[in-house]
Design a protein. Structure first.
Length: 795
């Protein structure tokens, strides 16, 4: 017990000294604060005095400005009164300061003389309206200028007298007798007698022009010179030239009516332009009627379609709902990752038309692979589908998590083409694709790509994407600058463009002729290269610059080849189509020829390795599987897209694909634009191109027929198919989805040599792909194709 007490005493002694020191330090701090308190109070009082002085200074400045403003207003009022006094002195003839009674009397006289002037102006406006309605009714709104039915004396009017009123233009007193606006003398403003005379003159002028309007019975014959034919906005029936003497005898009053109806003529011209846009026929008699397109084609002109043919842009969005959605998703993302042990910090959100990208910064020591592996868990916490992770974001120390918006905003095509970025694009092959996640306009220059591959399943927006590219070119390029070669085996997508002047030939729908069309393109490419070599130029741009300076050369247009469904062509004639596409993709850029290929089945037997290697730019819309996504953009992600124009755009040179919401253009808009182009230019297909394509198609058919005969002699084209395990091996690799020698050894219980020979045979038959190092070979042939092949062999 004593030992315990001693221990407690020792502990007390140990802690007592620090406690005393702490208490001493606290007491000293309290004393210091008490010493400094007066100084702090003094400083606070000084700051308060400074604030009061600053407030008083500002109030004084405000009062000074108010006084100066009042002084200026008083000075202006005194000047106005002085001016009024001078006017009153001139009116009354008084030389001294007038009284208030005199001022009131002068103001009353001014009001009495101003009323007739107002009445006169009112009658003039009513006369203008009546005359405009008369001309619109008589000439069906075309605003043609009437010709007087009787000669009018054009002698200049006499100077003003009370009995003979003088008329002149309001802006030029020298043009007397031409416009029906009476000149009002300044004295009449204060003289009731002169004001009454002016009112009577205005009434007489209105009555006279009413009689003239009743006398007008026929339109004036207009003279159209040969050198002005390009400026004629619509058809004018053939009429004799008016005699020069008749033109000299036109009265000044008729000239006044012409000037008077100039506004109606301008409106009529605008109506003519609208009619020309819609392709209407203008003319009064059946013999004189001609289509507007005929006039334009005769003058060798081409009119670019106006934006008015497209639907108006309408946006409906609520910023409050958008901000609430972004805030909720950001908090949910951070908490969801935190629940899995991943600490992140929310930086910002970039909202696009269909997707919002939330940028998160991981804590130090967090692996990016851990975040990418939680994509399904993130989608579960957000209760949404299609979540995609971009890790890391290019040029940023952050991870981007792309989450679909609850409300998807459309991107109208008109909004895209009516932008500064599209208008300032110098290339004739510039095409709008849509908007990125950050809201930027995405414009693809096909000339720089130089070829593009578009893939996506049904409903992904592939056809709309191709249509937007075609329409973008139509809105900025003439047939002399860009020509199209369209191949549509399904005869659905491109048939609406049949008849536009940009087409070299009608849309090709026969797969056999398609191979001939591609063969012609190869021949045209080689011919262009020969011309370049003969003239010592490197590409089409240099050749066209040279052709503009030499009469023996012709400017050549750029050619864009559109293929809607590559899979159908590869099934019809895979060898010829693949060879032509590869040659064009390798060499056609400098010749000004470009490929735009679309397919909805991006499998390896359609988009072969050779085609894929030569087409560097790709657009991946929503695809069915990750394998298809890797076939298009060499990576996963396209299977997570939302469809309806949501795409991954990977042009040549871009490290990572850019997510874009494609622009939307309806079929009605396409029809209106195509109809306008058809009506504004006469179609003239190149018959030599058609004949050459037919010849190439016949050669391809003969080649295929010879190949078929050879296959009849040897069912598998010379390939050794004697091994009885071949069919079983093919079914095994198709079922497994990959092929390797070791797999066949285990599955079929074969030796290494026999299994390797079976792999080589399947490669020659097109069942599996080429050797890829240590990786298993890809299976190209589908199960359905294998069954069809077996049935054909049995027959």
């Amino acid at each position: 017990m004593i030992a315990a007490d001693k221990s407690l005493a020792d502990l007390f002694n140990i802690f007592r000294k620090p406690a005393e020191k702490i208490k001493e330090h606290h007491d000293r701090a309290v004393e210091d604060r008490e010493i400094l308190r007066p100084e702090l109070e003094r400083l606070e009082e000084e700051r308060r005095q400074q604030r009061m002085q600053e407030r008083e200074r500002r109030n004084a400045e405000r009062e000074q400005k108010r006084a100066e403003r009042a002084e200026r207003e008083q000075s202006m009022e005194s000047r106005r009164r002085s001016k009024f006094d001078s006017i009153a002195s001139v009116t009354t003839g008084a030389q001294q300061e007038v009284t208030d009674a005199d001022k009131k009397e002068a103001a009353r006289k001014e009001k009495e003389t101003r009323d007739p002037v107002k009445e006169q102006k009112k009658e003039s406006v009513e006369f203008q309206k009546d005359l405009s309605e008369y001309l619109n009714v008589k000439y069906d709104g075309r605003g043609l200028n009437p010709k007087p039915a009787f000669p009018v004396d054009d002698t200049p009017a006499e100077p003003y007298s009370p009995d003979a009123p003088k008329y002149a233009d309001e802006s030029d007193d020298e043009s007397a007798g031409k416009h029906l606006n009476p000149v009002i003398k300044h004295e009449s403003l204060f003289d009731p007698a002169l004001a009454a005379a002016n009112a009577e003159a205005a009434a007489a002028a209105a009555a006279q022009t009413d009689n003239i309007a009743e006398a007008v019975k026929e339109p004036i014959k207009l003279e159209v010179r040969n050198d002005d034919e390009d400026d004629v906005p619509f058809d004018i029936p053939q009429q004799d030239k008016p005699v020069q003497e008749e033109k000299k005898q036109e009265s000044d009053i008729v000239e006044a009516i012409k000037d008077f109806t100039r506004e109606q003529a301008e409106r009529a011209a605008a109506a003519e332009d609208n009619a020309r846009v819609l392709g209407t026929v203008i003319g009064e008699d059946d013999d004189g009627q001609r289509r507007v397109s005929e006039i334009i084609s005769e003058n060798e002109q081409y009119t670019l379609p106006p934006l008015e043919l497209l639907n108006d842009v309408v946006h409906e969005r609520s910023d409050a709902d958008i901000n609430a959605e972004i805030e909720h998703n950001a908090v949910t993302l951070v908490n969801a990752l935190k629940s899995f042990g991943v600490e992140t910090k929310f930086l910002e959100a970039a909202r696009g038309p269909s997707v919002t990208r939330y940028e998160l910064q991981p804590a130090p020591g967090v692996k990016i692979s851990k975040i990418t592996g939680l994509v399904d868990d993130i989608a579960l916490n957000l209760a949404t589908a299609g979540v995609r992770i971009e890790a890391p974001i290019p040029n940023k120390a952050a991870v981007g998590i792309e989450v679909p918006n609850k409300t998807v905003e459309s991107v109208p095509f008109r909004e895209m083409v009516d932008t500064k970025e599209f208008r300032e694009t110098k290339s004739k092959l510039g095409a709008v694709l849509g908007k990125s996640i950050s809201g930027d306009i995405v414009i693809a220059d096909i000339a720089k790509m130089p070829h593009i591959l578009i893939a996506g399943t049904t409903g992904s927006g592939k056809s709309v994407c191709v249509n937007s590219i075609i329409m973008s070119i139509l809105f900025r390029s003439t047939p002399d600058e860009v020509r199209f070669l369209m191949i549509d085996p399904k005869a659905v997508e491109f048939m609406i463009y049949n008849g536009i002047p940009h087409l070299l030939i009608p849309v090709v729908t026969d797969p056999k002729k398609a191979s001939g069309a591609l063969a012609w393109a190869v021949t045209e490419m080689l011919n262009r290269y020969k011309l370049f070599s003969d003239n010592n130029v490197r590409d089409l741009t240099g050749y066209n610059k040279l052709a503009k300076t030499r009469e023996d050369l012709t400017v050549m247009p750029q050619i864009v080849i559109f293929i809607d469904e590559l899979a159908d062509l590869m099934m019809a004639s895979p060898g010829e189509v693949e060879d032509s596409i590869c040659r064009l993709a390798q060499m056609a850029r400098a010749a000004g020829m470009h490929l735009v290929i679309a397919t909805q089945r991006p499998s390896v037997n359609v988009v072969t390795g050779v085609i894929k290697a030569n087409i560097p730019s790709r657009i991946a819309l929503k695809v069915a599987s990750q394998v298809d996504s890797r076939t298009i953009i060499d990576g996963a992600g396209a299977e997570k897209l939302l469809g309806k124009g949501d795409m991954l755009y990977a042009p040549v040179g871009m490290v990572k694909p850019l997510r874009v919401q494609g622009c939307w253009i309806s079929d009605k808009e396409v029809e209106r634009v195509v109809e306008f182009i058809k009506n504004s230019f006469i179609l003239d297909y190149d018959q030599s191109v058609i004949d050459e394509i037919d010849r190439q198609a016949e050669l391809a058919a003969q080649k295929a027929e010879k190949g078929g005969k050879n296959r009849d002699n040897d069912d598998d084209g010379g390939v050794d198919v004697s091994d009885d395990k071949l069919d079983e091996a093919i079914e095994a690799v198709i079922e497994a989805g990959q092929a390797s020698t070791s797999y066949l050894q285990r599955r079929l219980k074969l030796g290494y040599g026999r299994a390797a020979r079976l792999i080589d045979t399947m490669e020659q038959l097109g069942v599996v792909g080429g050797f890829e190092g240590g990786k298993p070979r890809q299976v190209i042939m589908t199960k359905q194709e294998w069954y069809e092949r077996k049935m054909n062999k049995s027959e």
